[in-house]
Design a protein around this ligand. Structure first.
Ligand code: AMP
Length: 225
């Protein structure tokens, strides 16, 4: 399956992607995680990206599109993928269409995880991220077993600079202006499925599964009674 995961920052895309990957054997490609890895390793891409990320601004389209073009042809994604955090602008979506055509790939679905703004702010304020593996936690709703260690071990949990109050406001504004138009973009392509992102992680996952199961079985040509 090839899935696009849309939704505002803090909606829970990262956490839900993890569960989707386990269940359907697809691989998550998070452009945000990829950029943060590059920042940590001090690569030229990381140095460039850090000019934008800290304040919650988008990294320029050309940079992101080149990353996606490179990644989507790699064998680790050949069993299917979920794009978490890409596309974020109409231009990125249009370029993605061209790249997919070039690689002879088709998208199965574009999920949008919908969460109200006050809920998003509450989730982002309590979010903590593992510096090494990129997993997200929440200090109240999804705490790591040991506050300094994620389950993989040896990890370093911190608050992302772009989860600060100022940066969050900016990210939500950018989402409204730049990314929300993609909902209509994928609706027109008849790929869009809306998911109510309110409530417990498990409840939200159940809603996602109700959408993905039929698509998955269809892709296998298997029809359970
Ligand atoms: P995320 O982890 O998806 O919240 O992304 C964190 C930050 O990485 C964003 O606020 C942007 O600065 C940058 N970023 C991630 N994906 C993209 C994208 N598709 N286009 C532009 N910037 C991105």
């Amino acid at each position: 399956m090839k899935i696009i995961f849309l939704g505002p920052p803090g909606a829970g895309k990262g956490t839900q992607s993890e569960a989707i990957c386990k269940e359907y054997g697809v691989t998550q490609l998070s452009t945000g995680n990829l950029l943060r890895d590059n920042i940590r390793q001090g690569t030229p891409l990381g140095k460039e990206a850090s000019k934008y990320i800290g304040g919650g601004n988008l990294v320029p389209d050309e940079i992101i599109i080149n990353i996606i073009r490179e990644e989507l042809r790699k064998p680790y994604l050949s069993k299917g993928y979920i794009l978490d955090g890409y596309p974020r602008t109409v231009r990125q979506a249009e370029e993605l269409d061209d790249i997919l055509k070039e690689y002879d790939q088709t998208l199965d679905v574009a999920l949008v995880l919908e969460v109200d703004v006050p809920d998003l702010v509450r989730r982002l304020a309590g979010r903590r991220t593992c510096r090494n593996c990129g997993r997200s936690f929440h200090i109240v709703f999804n705490p790591p077993i040991d506050p300094d260690d994620c389950e993989i071990g040896g990890c370093d949990i911190y608050q992302r600079p772009d989860d600060s109050e100022e940066a969050v406001k900016n990210r939500l504004r950018i989402y409204e202006e730049m990314t929300k138009p993609l909902i209509e973009y994928y609706e027109q392509k008849k790929l869009l499925r809306r998911i109510d992102g309110a409530g417990e992680m498990a409840e939200v996952y159940k809603r996602i599964k109700d959408v993905l199961d039929p698509i998955y079985y269809n892709s296998l040509n298997y029809h359970p009674i």
